[in-house]
Design a protein around this ligand. Structure first.
Ligand code: T4K
Length: 380
């Protein structure tokens, strides 16, 4: 039977080392609520990422929902339609109106040139996403935010460990959130975090993720329960041991895709950003039907039939889902670039243990599928 290849596969920590930590947790009987491993993991993570303060969460979505509460965001928030639904859902759960703004074609991030036109008296914040781990134009976004008195919360779910000119991109904006879901570059099975710049804000985040408790009998805010437990924190501590090696392995795969698919007409990649320490979270290709001869969906189906399961991240656009499609900002003509990218994108498998042979198989298949402009299959 052919082995099924998925878009990603999680890396797990060494089972024996994890078992040792589990034995310790079993003895301690301290399972959650800011235990030893939670504290150790927070410190180790802040250190690894090069950020001053980080608060662990049970997942990235709760981190996002809570980040909006931390800054008391209300009214309207400018965001991107080209992301995972959780980005906009976090606004919805806070009773905030999402205002979609188009993306730029180089990295599929929110287009700063189009933000100002979407600002109204009700706008309180900007919620951009570092899509696929590539940084947004953070200087321009901050300039606009400062001019209009807006907060900036980065959805950095894909951006674990990414540095620009040697500086963690998590240090930009007012807050950044991370996801440690099983499908991410760095996983704690489920998990997430908020990165902030000062101790007071960290304190508020920590109250909010623990029902608002500031002491045994004192509740300072209508908080939620979004704490990471000890087992996940211990698992996360072990994951830090191999993360560099895993990112290095992803880099090889990225390079190999670029080399093997680079000269197929109609297959495009995102630009390479030379100022980055990148994490190679995803490998999106964009299939231009006119140039390639067949559509992205046909390629997606063909690959699936060969047992290679790419994913169309991010199609459909969030603005096309029933909850959001009635919004003025969801109309197609305003989201031209996002619609084009969503129609063309296919994220190919990338994970440290991926057999490099799979890349050859994908390259061969794409070459077979590529048609010349008269509709004939190009013979190779
Ligand atoms: N913001 C952004 C920009 C995000 O991308 C996300 C999450 C969030 C916020 C929210 O963060 P979290 O609350 O999730 O922490 C996946 C993930 O579930 C989701 O975390 C992620 N973004 C999104 C981009 O991708 P699906 O529905 O595509 O996952 P699924 O289950 O189809 O998994 C994809 C493939 O991964 C599977 O075909 C096989 C493989 N896989 C998956 C799991 C769960 C494994 O091999 N092992 C596993 O345990 O959403």
């Amino acid at each position: 039977m052919k082995k099924e290849i998925f878009v990603t596969q999680p890396v797990l920590p060494d089972l024996e080392e994890f078992t040792e930590l589990l034995k310790d947790i079993w003895e301690r009987k301290w399972l959650t609520n800011n235990g030893k491993y939670h504290q150790d993991f927070e410190k180790a993570l802040a250190d690894y990422l090069g950020v001053p303060y980080i608060s662990l969460f049970s997942n990235g979505t709760l981190a996002l929902i809570s980040a909006l509460q931390v800054l008391n965001i209300t009214g309207e928030v400018i965001t991107t339609p080209y992301s995972f639904v959780a980005t906009t859902h976090a606004l919805w759960w806070n009773n905030i109106k999402p205002v979609f703004v188009d993306i730029e074609p180089d990295f599929c991030n929110l287009d700063p040139q189009k933000i100002e036109a979407a600002i109204t008296p009700k706008t309180t914040a900007i919620l951009p996403v570092h899509v696929y781990g590539n940084p947004c134009d953070m200087d321009k976004i901050q300039e606009i935010a400062d001019r209009y008195g807006l907060k900036v919360i980065y959805d950095a779910a894909h951006a674990f460990g990414v540095k620009q000119n040697g500086q963690s991109i998590l240090n930009f904006g007012d807050l950044s959130i991370l996801s440690f879901h099983a499908t991410k570059v760095f996983n704690t099975i489920e998990g997430g975090a908020i990165v902030c710049h000062d101790e007071k804000t960290k304190q508020r985040i920590d109250y909010l993720k623990n029902f608002g408790f500031a002491g045994e009998t004192e509740v300072v805010a209508p908080g939620i329960n979004a704490k990471m437990n000890e087992i996940q924190a211990a698992y996360g501590l072990l994951q830090l041991k191999t993360i560099d090696k895993n990112i290095e392995a992803r880099k090889l795969i990225d390079n190999s895709y670029r080399e093997k698919l680079g000269n197929i007409r109609g297959i495009h990649f995102l630009s390479e950003n030379k100022s980055l320490d990148y994490n190679y979270a995803y490998f999106p290709v964009f299939i231009n039907e006119e140039e390639f001869g067949i559509s992205r969906d046909e390629v997606y189906t063909e690959l699936n039939e060969q047992g290679i399961h790419g994913r169309r991240y991010f199609y459909p656009l969030i603005s096309q889902f029933p909850t959001y499609r009635g919004l003025d900002s969801a109309s197609s003509e305003k989201l031209f670039v996002a619609e084009k990218m969503a129609k063309e994108v296919l994220c190919l498998p990338i994970y440290p243990e991926l057999d490099l042979e799979v890349i050859n198989t994908i390259a061969e298949l794409l070459k077979k599928l590529e048609r010349n402009l008269n509709g004939n299959i190009v013979s190779k």
